[in-house]
Design a protein around this ligand. Structure first.
Ligand code: 3HC
Length: 311
């Protein structure tokens, strides 16, 4: 009966077991997962743009090769996540449609421009760093395919973070102009990177339920705090300053205090009013349309192969 199914689901969650695609699950749980996982996939795909923009202008062949590999990894992450989300019964075309029509969100961070080479460093260190903080706990998400896809993604993200760190370290130990470039990039990406964790807990409508279902393991503010605590000593090691005059060690809490973020800006960006929202979405739509012939050819090839196998 429906009651027994719900009981079995609740028991699996309580025992920290995984829910698999063929298991019964409440419709709201399924919807929440499709929402979060598809938005996560969209973020990976849209996230290729700010860095893709710098591939042709990387300062050396080695840096170009590294950046290209990184951007390609993001494409891979998007594909694992779309596949994982499809196990919940929503076809990929439908998820694309939601992105391209502006109904599905993607991470606010990718609506900011990448203005200089140093931004590749700041994105790697701060944006991928924030992504790791947010995603390591997702490796234990109660939905099996999501948790499992996160394991590999997190491993790759740690390479990304280190390459960003290394770009910033090199610049910060270069000429005064190069150091200034690195500092400027950190100044611009610090606030938006902290906002990647989502709105403050008292303005996060989904957190409590997602934590009860063990999709999320920590609240937005808890993870943001963890990230701040992690990057303060890293910034010192880089010789760069974090642009927040309120940053201070709080002995009593055992954490760094940090200043209020610009939440009006954040809500504006997720409503579509960030500096690059239109450009990012249009680029994705154009890429999708230009790729029509590839999808057609792939489908035709698959059909032929099937026909041949059936003979
Ligand atoms: N950007 C855009 N939208 C955001 C957001 C952000 N930084 N933070 C929150 N939101 C949206 C939520 O999606 C939600 O909108 P919706 O109901 O229409 O979906 C609304 O704001 C309220 O936020 P909640 O805190 O209630 O939402 P969640 O419980 O879903 O928490 C989240 C938000 C922490 C982002 C969570 O969904 C999550 O952990 N997602 C998985 C991680 C992810 O998506 N990461 C993308 C970052 S970048 C990346 O991975 C690429 C890397 O390679 C650089």
């Amino acid at each position: 009966t429906a009651e027994q199914l719900q009981e079995r689901f609740d028991a699996l969650i309580a025992a920290d077991q995984r829910i698999e695609p063929t298991d019964w699950m409440p419709e709201d749980y399924r919807r929440t997962l499709v929402r979060q996982m598809s938005q996560h996939a969209h973020s990976e795909i849209i996230g290729m743009q700010p860095e893709g923009n710098w591939i042709t202008r990387a300062p050396s062949l080695k840096r170009k090769a590294i950046l290209m590999a990184k951007v390609q990894d993001e494409a891979g992450h998007g594909l694992y996540l779309y596949s994982a989300a499809e196990t919940l019964g929503t076809p990929r075309d439908e998820m694309f449609e939601q992105l391209m029509s502006g109904r599905a969100k993607y991470s606010s961070i990718f609506n900011y421009p990448a203005r200089s080479w140093a931004d590749m460093g700041a994105i790697g260190w701060l944006v991928d760093g924030a992504a790791i903080c947010n995603q390591v706990p997702l490796c234990r998400a109660s939905y099996g395919p999501y948790g499992r896809s996160m394991v590999r993604i997190c491993k790759e993200e740690s390479f990304h973070q280190r390459q960003g760190w290394e770009i910033l370290y090199t610049l910060s130990h270069g000429t005064p102009k190069q150091k200034q470039m690195a500092q400027d990039a950190v100044n611009r990406f610090y606030g938006p990177a902290l906002q990647m964790f989502g709105p403050p807990d008292d303005q996060s409508p989904n957190s409590q339920q997602s934590m009860d279902w063990k999709i999320k393991r920590f609240s937005n503010d808890e993870l943001r705090q963890r990230f701040v605590d992690m990057i303060v000593p890293q910034a010192e090691a880089l010789g760069l300053t974090l642009p927040d005059p309120d940053l201070a060690w709080n002995e009593e809490r055992g954490h760094y205090d940090y200043g209020e973020l610009d939440w009006d800006e954040f809500f504006g960006v997720i409503k579509g009013h960030g500096p690059c929202n239109q450009q990012r979405l249009q680029h994705r739509i154009d890429a999708h349309e230009n790729g029509e012939w590839v999808r057609e050819a792939a489908a035709e090839y698959a059909r032929k192969m099937q026909e041949r196998a059936a003979r």
